[in-house]
Design a protein around this ligand. Structure first.
Ligand SMILES: C[S@@+](CC[C@H](N)C(=O)[O-])C[C@H]1O[C@@H](n2cnc3c(N)ncnc32)[C@H](O)[C@@H]1O
Length: 647
């Protein structure tokens, strides 16, 4: 059995991908870290090693796409021979599988060309391999903001950190008002862009590396010409910050970085925003930004057949290839199929997806979810239960189209205004709760806790927006704010800030835990309706639910049996979640389901579902032992009673 600590750690500090450049923000320096005394001088190259899995299968059929021109054939050496690059008129280049692949197959794995941790993660993760802090990390004595696992990671990163270190010191010095202020550092987007620029300068414009970066798709010519548009302002901010960070003061300085004009700078930023990826932990917590030209060749679908993850399959043993991006098959892929991943959160409804894809990636998605066939089933992202409760669903009404009927029994939805109101209020609450989740989590919990039942009683299905988004945020906040298991040796004294929310005793701690379990189960059910089986987000949500169910109960219902009856004689408390042995059994079954999904989303074989998949397997094995002990105990009690009855 486990405590809340690891669950809370996983849930803490969930940051969104940080493309935009907020004003330089202060970063706190963790105390107790080992400072590096000697800075390494060897300039180790960090060329992307291709980590290619073995391939099997049959040959590819011809399809209506052209292979890419031979000029690019020397590029993308990290793509395994099992994959093809082909070009279509509507999407440009894309990656196609030559062979049949199964869910969980690793299609390819590659180390990104450039990567940078977000400012909030710098003190807890290694800036080279992006592993989480295990004990103390070594801090760079120069900039005092970048940390490494050990000398080997520092040495591998030195060729580019050397330049970054000076730039951070310059930036920090310019932004700091006094010497004692914490160092100020630019956002991960700026540091990742700077690493791309330095590397191009070091390797030369004719290097394969530079050519791959230059071949990334740019949307410069489609950008809004309105200088006041959000996109123009975001580009201006990024360009301004990058120029400052690189210390560019003149056109000659720009030219030294192969940036001949402002258009080149806009191209660079457009390539970055169109092709960048979020580095994440094996449990999908965002860590920073990275660029990989070969993975960036993959086009988008809101119903993808593959995912990009960072499962850390081999722990410490393969540190030098981390952060290792892996493209994993989520569905069955036939020979000749295009590999498609999603660039966005596909739990969102169509309008929201289309807006993000248009604004950031400049295309209109025509996937089966965005342009469904006439006989396609109702999309559960935008659905409501049948008013006659026949088990069917109706498409959610909209302001433009309020006429909707059940797809099964054809009953019309009558009170569409009430549903429209509930959805509008739910969306407003979601926006507010998201904005408050860090600054005022209590308020955010209150909002989400209040709105989820309102949307459920309005009839929204668990996967529908904004119910699912509210349920996920609610679960995430409740888990993060679960009380830590008390240390019996320490008398807890709560600060005034935590006093109000601290549980007054085991019964309240049990209620908080059960609330978190209900919230996690609701979120997991919603994800199960709208994401494909094996999607990493589904697997991680199920793993979280399984772990919550396996936490020791502070005040188990089965132990609260009425006087005169032995413990457990009442069985599980009515409702969900159960208590005692049925809870352990449910935890075990949930962890097994999680593992089955994780070995798809984070890769099977030697990946074993990544770090989370391996953790879940170990946890399930512990629960299995626990259930055997319970079963043996019950058997002993029964045989004792049997013996006593005979005597
Ligand atoms: C990361 S790149 C993908 C590779 C790109 N096709 C290329 O040739 O380099 C993203 C860009 O590809 C195009 N794209 C990706 N998915 C698409 C889709 N489903 N439909 C149309 N264009 C798409 C868009 O121009 C988008 O900005």
């Amino acid at each position: 059995m486990s405590d809340f600590a690891s669950l809370k750690r996983q849930r803490e500090a969930k940051n969104a991908k940080s493309f935009t450049v907020p004003p330089p923000s202060a970063v706190s320096i963790a105390s107790g870290t080992t400072e590096t005394r000697e800075e390494p001088r060897n300039e180790s190259s960090q060329e992307s090693p291709a980590v290619i899995n073995s391939e099997q299968g049959n040959s590819s059929p011809g399809i209506d796409v052209k292979p890419t021109p031979s000029s690019s054939s020397s590029l993308y050496g990290s793509l395994p021979p099992s994959l093809d690059i082909r070009t279509t008129t509507d999407k440009g280049r894309g990656i196609y599988s030559k062979y049949t692949r199964r869910p969980g197959d690793v299609l390819f794995a590659v180390k990104p060309h450039a990567a940078a941790l977000s400012a909030a993660k710098l003190t807890d993760y290694c800036s080279c391999c992006t592993a989480a802090r295990q004990g103390s990390l070594r801090r760079c004595t120069g900039c005092k903001v970048v940390y490494y696992c050990d000398a080997s990671c520092q040495s591998r990163d030195w060729a580019f950190h050397k330049l970054e270190c000076a730039a951070i010191q310059r930036w920090s010095g310019a932004s700091r008002k006094t010497d004692v202020d914490a160092p100020v550092i630019p956002a991960d987007a700026i540091r990742c862009l700077a690493r791309m620029v330095w590397r191009k300068q070091k390797l030369g414009v004719d290097s394969t590396w530079a050519k791959e970066i230059d071949a990334l798709e740019s949307h410069r010519t489609s950008l809004s010409k309105d200088p006041n548009s959000q996109v123009s302002q975001m580009y201006a901010q990024l360009a301004h910050a990058l120029v400052n960070f690189l210390g560019i003061a003149s056109p000659q300085d720009m030219a030294a970085y192969s940036l001949q004009s402002a258009a080149d700078l806009v191209d660079l930023i457009s390539r970055f925003t169109t092709n960048t990826f979020t580095i994440s932990t094996p449990s999908l917590e965002p860590l920073g930004a990275c660029v990989s030209p070969s993975v960036a060749l993959i086009n988008h679908s809101c119903d993808p057949n593959a995912v990009v993850v960072f499962p850390r399959p081999n722990g410490e043993a393969r540190k030098e290839v981390e952060p290792l991006m892996q493209v994993i098959a989520l569905k069955h892929i036939a020979a000749g199929d295009e590999i498609l991943t999603s660039y966005i959160d596909t739990t969102l409804p169509r309008d929201k997806r289309q807006k993000i894809l248009q604004e950031t990636y400049h295309f209109t998605c025509k996937c089966a979810l965005c342009a469904p066939a006439a006989d396609a089933p109702v999309d559960l992202r935008e659905a409501i239960w049948c008013p006659k409760k026949c088990g069917g669903v109706c498409p959610l009404p909209t302001e433009e189209n309020s006429l909707t009927r059940c797809s099964r029994c054809k009953s019309p939805l009558k009170d569409t205004d009430a549903v429209l109101d509930a959805v509008r209020v739910g969306q407003e609450a979601l926006d507010k709760a998201e904005a408050l989740q860090v600054s005022d989590p209590e308020k955010s919990i209150q909002l989400t806790t209040k709105l989820v039942p309102i949307l459920i009683s309005a009839g929204l299905v668990p996967g529908s927006h904004p119910l699912l988004a509210l349920a996920r945020l609610n679960a995430s906040l409740l888990i993060t704010h679960l009380p830590s298991a008390p240390d019996p040796a320490v008398e807890e004294v709560h600060s005034p800030a935590t006093q109000a929310s601290a549980p007054s005793g085991p019964a309240e701690a049990q209620a908080l835990l059960d609330d978190a379990i209900c919230a996690a189960a609701r979120a997991s059910a919603g994800l199960g309706q709208v994401l494909a089986e094996g999607h990493p987000v589904r697997g991680v949500a199920l793993a979280e639910l399984g772990k919550l169910l396996s936490v020791d109960e502070p005040d188990p219902a089965h132990a609260r049996a009425p006087v005169g009856l032995p413990n457990g004689a009442m069985g599980a408390a009515p409702g969900y979640p159960p208590s005692g042995p049925p809870r352990v059994k449910l935890a075990y079954e949930t962890l097994l389901r999680a593992r089955a999904e994780l070995v798809i989303g984070f890769g099977g074989g030697t990946n074993e579902g990544g770090t989370v998949g391996r953790g879940v397997r170990e946890m399930a094995a512990e629960l299995e032992k626990e259930m055997q002990v319970w079963a043996a105990g019950v058997k002993n009690v029964l045989s004792d009673q049997h013996g006593a009855g005979r005597r």
